[in-house]
Design a protein around this ligand. Structure first.
Ligand code: SF4
Length: 69
């Protein structure tokens, strides 16, 4: 899985950070920072939950990422 977040769309709600703190962080400006753009397979469900919970639709996921993910 490959994770991207559009900082031009992010409104800094922080839901992604609460949902998948291993993958997302908030930068000093409050907007999303993807700290692990190719998360391990065991993190994929929480990333998908973060996509659903993001109010702005800033997060996109795609593949392929790391082999086996
Ligand atoms: S949940 Fe969406 S709007 Fe909120 S910080 Fe994350 S990417 Fe930005």
């Amino acid at each position: 899985m490959r994770v991207d977040a559009d900082r031009d769309v992010c409104i800094g709600a922080g839901n992604c950070v609460l949902t998948a703190p291993e993958v997302f962080d908030q930068a000093a400006d409050g907007l999303v920072d993807v700290i692990d753009p190719e998360p391990a397979p065991h993190l994929e469900q929480s990333v998908r939950d973060a996509v659903v919970r993001c109010p702005s639709g800033a997060i996109t996921v795609g593949g392929p990422g790391r082999p086996g993910s």
